[in-house]
Design a protein around this ligand. Sequence first.
Ligand code: ATP
Length: 366
Amino acid sequence: MTPDLECKGLTKRFGDFTAVDDVSFSVPAGSFFSILGPSGCGKTTIMRMIAGFQDPTSGDIEIKGKSVLNAPPNKRPVNMVFQHLALFPMMNIADNIGYGLRRKKLPKDQIARKVDEALDRIGLPGIGNRKVDELSGGQKQRVAIARCMVMEPDVLLLDEPLGALDLKLREHMKIELKALQTAFDTTFIYITHDQSEALVMSDQIAVMNEGRFEQTGTGRDLYYRPDSAFVAAFVGESNRWRGKIERVQGNEMEMRTDTGMLMRGATHGRSLSAGDSADIFVRPEAIRVTRDATELEQFDNRITGRVTSLLFNGAASRILVRDATANEEIEVNLPQSGEYASLARGDEVHIGWSGAQGNCFPVGAD
Ligand code: ATP
């Protein structure tokens, strides 16, 4: 099936600076695709090229199999939702949603029907006569999307649309946006620097760094099988240690961290040998904590230390454990069972994890 959007070798240079560097990707029809990356990595520049506000230096952009490079923004089958929604405050909601249709000179009764349908789809039937400032932030967000969707774009571009909302509403809107995308059955291209937004909503996520796509995959792929140290560090939380490899055998490796700890980990087929500098990543949830060292015998990484901090965050609470010999803090998920809920600063604990959970990358790979 022809993808809804395909970018081929997309490159944008501003003078000597390459903001987008030979990026290729393809987005299947009806999917939610996110571009996730730190500020300045080139996300908005990609969106602006797709929308037609900026010309690529080289490469091509196809929508439903046809190049759109020669089409001006208003002739491209795309629409864009910005962080600052720019709803027209002097118009009521129905007039806001119908704005583009009036410019296209559609008959009035057709506009009214399409606006009503869109209000139904966003779960706000009957609010057409209200003013913009009578709506909550989340409702305005939905109206902004409805205003784009009545134009029936093949692809909807969303540039950090939740950035201006408060945390609680942002959490809610993540679920809502995914539901709206399914309801409209339209391809959404979403850019964000917030990994939790991307992980919750997306079918596919491209992690972007300095103008390039580092890795594209599902949230699970990126979280559990990062291809680079950059992705391992950017997606989810991890303990990260740098050190020198002492031994490699098949997929297993042993390294001495710069602080003196011996770590066993996995190379996952990466080219690593004894003497190389490497980074090892271990997720806090991969580490088991106990007061009884004999419970950790099955693990090939074991440390005894003291709790230095309790980071309460409901079900996602963590503790920091300091290894006295290496003077190193390790972040560990706190199990919710009674015994651990009573841990206090200064308590002695034993922590352990299996070498397979230590993901190792050559230094210089991010
Ligand atoms: P943010 O999340 O902060 O919006 P971004 O990933 O969207 O960042 P872009 O806006 O695409 O980043 O910018 C990528 C790089 O290109 C930045 O270093 C920016 O300064 C540069 N850049 C963008 N537009 C121009 C321009 N018109 N002229 C020169 N440099 C530009």
